[in-house]
Each structure stands twice: as structure tokens, then as C-alpha cells.
Design a protein around this ligand. Structure first.
Ligand SMILES: Nc1nc2c(ncn2[C@@H]2O[C@H](COP(=O)(O)OP(=O)(O)OP(=O)(O)O)[C@@H](O)[C@H]2O)c(=O)[nH]1
Ligand SMILES: [Mg+2]
Length: 298
């Protein structure tokens, strides 16, 4: 426990629910109305909020929620159930694995790749990076720096070249060197959805053709500090890519942990990791119960 300690990730939800419970004498319609308002104010979408209320009512029918502690436990239980996607919450453990990191500019893709490479390496897997964000000159440089820090190689081409060609080369190198995990950085220009879609389709074709035996992950990196924008990005990317999981970054700098619940529910997307800082060790595997418990972790 305690990953959210001294962090403000859930300040919004926990403070308002605690305030609400302080004035609650019994679980009645008024309580549910207030809870509904509290959840919506804490960045939880309307549909997801409704679902939470329905589940809360079911629990209240079965069990006597006679004090603040019991009510909090029920809320944690309901939220954990919503974000729990079973094994889908975990990174694919099978080798070889190819991971495409997608998401808009500044979300934290490159940083998360560095942290994820470190994590895979510590798990005993060999790792190779592919700088398939050829849009910015500095992008390959930044990825290579992360690779050096972790101690893994990075395949890169010149700026402006075809990102799929980088992936092609990286796959050949991964195969030749028996690499377990190949992680590919991509450029995130959502302002042009058609181009982005075409680019992702092309990468997909190259991977399917050149590396049919590889297990696949397409991880969408979302910046939690952007709140509702992160939710619309999940929607946009869900339309154009076969997303297998979410990395929710910058949860250390926001009180908007609530959006994780909405994204997991609304798009049935498993959250796989959360970013809690800029350091190498600040990517934490997502644990549904720990996450939900973090709401009232004081
Ligand atoms: N506090 C905090 N900062 C983060 C986290 N993850 C990434 N950042 C910071 O967010 C900024 C953008 O991260 P990048 O990894 O460059 O983002 P990107 O998605 O690769 O961006 P582009 O390459 O421009 O598309 C950097 O300053 C990172 O240090 C996190 O979990 N917490
Ligand atoms: Mg980047």
C-alpha cells in the first residue's frame, strides 16, 4: 500500500466522499444523490457513475453499511471491480513481444518506454528499442538516451524517414539477436487523424508480415493531468488502433485519478501501468485493489 501516499492523486474523490460521509446519517436517496454529484465532480463519467451507484445499492441491500468505514469499503470494492480486467491488466509475459507505444505529443510515450524497458530488463527479458517517431529530430535522440541509461540498444534512422522502415529494421535485429521485447516509439500527431491512421496501419502490416510469431501489445499513453481530454483521446485512438492497454502517466501531479475509472469502464480498456514521476523506477504495474484502496489511503 501507499503508492499514492503524500500524492494528491485522489484528493478530489477522497476529500469529497469523506465530507459527504461526515454528514451522512443513513444511506438514503439523498446520500446517493450526493454521492452521484461527488463522483461526477471527481472526473468520473456519468455512465460510470451510474454503474457505481447501482453496484453500491446492490451491496447496501445485501450488507448493512452501518458506518463510514463500511461505506468506504463498499466504494473501494465497487471501483476495484470496475477497473479490474484480470490478466489483461498485466503486460503480456510471453516472448517474443512487440510493443507499439501510441498517444499524443507530450503524453509521456518516450519516458514510459525508458521506464518499461528498465522494468522488462529487471524481469530478465532482453529488450530492444525502435525509434519509430521520425517526425522530430530530437525524438530518436531522447529515446537513445533512455536506452543508454537502461543499457539497451536503440534502432534509429534519419529524421523524416518512414517510421515503418525503422520497425522493419528493428524486427530483423530483434530476430537476429533473440530479443524478448521490442518496444517501438511512435509520433503522436492526432491533429491529422487520417495520416496517423495510415501510419499505424502500415506499421501493423510490417509487423504482421515480418514478425507473425511475435506477441503484440499496443499501449496507449495518456496524460492524467489533461482530465477529460485524456478520455476523448482514448475514444479517438480506440477508433484507429487495436489498443491492448493503457499507460496512465503523471498521476503524481494531479488529483484526477478518477479518469482512470472512466477510461477502464467506458472503453473496456485495461490500465497496465501508471506513471508516478520522471525517474526510471516511476512506472508502476496497475493493481486494481491497490488503486481503488488508494482513494482512502491516508
Ligand atoms: N511528473 C511526471 N512527468 C512525466 C511522467 N511521464 C512523463 N513525464 C514528463 O512528461 C514530459 C513529456 O514526456 P515524453 O516522454 O517526452 O512524451 P512523448 O509522448 O514522448 O512526447 P512526444 O515525443 O513529443 O510525442 C517529459 O517532461 C516527461 O519527463 C510521469 O509519470 N510523471
Ligand atoms: Mg517522444
Amino acid at each position: 500500500m501507499g503508492i499514492f501516499k503524500k500524492k494528491s492523486t485522489f484528493q478530489k474523490i477522497s476529500q469529497s466522499i469523506t465530507d459527504l460521509l461526515a454528514i451522512t446519517v443513513k444511506i438514503d436517496d439523498e446520500f446517493y444523490e450526493n454521492l452521484e454529484e461527488t463522483l461526477i465532480m471527481a472526473d468520473i463519467g456519468i455512465d460510470t457513475t451510474e454503474k457505481i451507484l447501482v453496484e453500491m445499492k446492490k451491496i447496501a441491500d445485501r450488507r448493512n453499511l452501518y458506518n463510514e468505514q463500511k461505506i468506504k469499503e463498499a466504494i473501494v470494492e465497487v471501483i476495484a471491480k470496475i477497473v479490474d480486467k484480470g490478466d489483461r491488466n498485466k503486460l503480456c509475459p510471453d516472448n517474443p513481444l512487440i510493443i507499439l507505444m501510441i498517444g499524443i505529443n507530450g503524453g509521456g510515450k518516450t519516458t514510459s518506454i525508458g521506464k518499461l524497458a528498465n522494468r522488462c530488463k529487471n524481469d530478465g527479458r532482453t529488450v530492444l528499442l525502435a525509434a519509430a517517431d521520425t517526425f522530430r529530430a530530437a525524438a530518436a535522440e531522447q529515446l537513445t538516451e533512455w536506452g543508454n541509461r537502461v543499457g539497451v540498444r536503440t534502432i534509429r534512422h534519419e529524421e523524416g524517414t518512414d517510421p515503418s522502415a525503422v520497425i522493419y529494421d528493428a524486427i530483423q535485429s530483434a530476430k537476429a539477436n533473440n530479443i524478448d521485447v521490442l518496444i517501438c516509439d511512435t509520433a503522436g500527431r492526432l491533429q491529422n487523424k487520417r495520416n496517423l491512421m495510415k501510419e499505424l496501419e502500415k506499421m501493423d502490416r510490417v509487423i504482421t508480415r515480418e514478425y507473425p510469431e511475435a506477441n503484440r501489445e499496443t499501449l496507449l499513453v495518456l496524460d492524467a493531468t489533461t482530465g477529460k481530454n485524456a478520455i476523448s483521446q482514448a475514444e479517438e485512438f480506440n477508433d484507429i488502433a487495436n489498443i491492448t492497454g493503457i499507460i496512465l502517466t503523471k498521476l503524481d501531479g494531479t488529483a484526477r485519478g478518477g479518469i482512470a475509472i472512466t477510461i477502464a469502464d467506458q472503453f473496456d480498456m485495461p490500465i497496465k501501468f501508471i506513471g508516478m514521476g520522471e525517474g526510471l523506477d516511476d512506472l508502476i504495474p496497475f493493481d486494481p485493489m491497490e488503486f481503488a484502496g488508494g482513494i482512502f489511503d491516508e
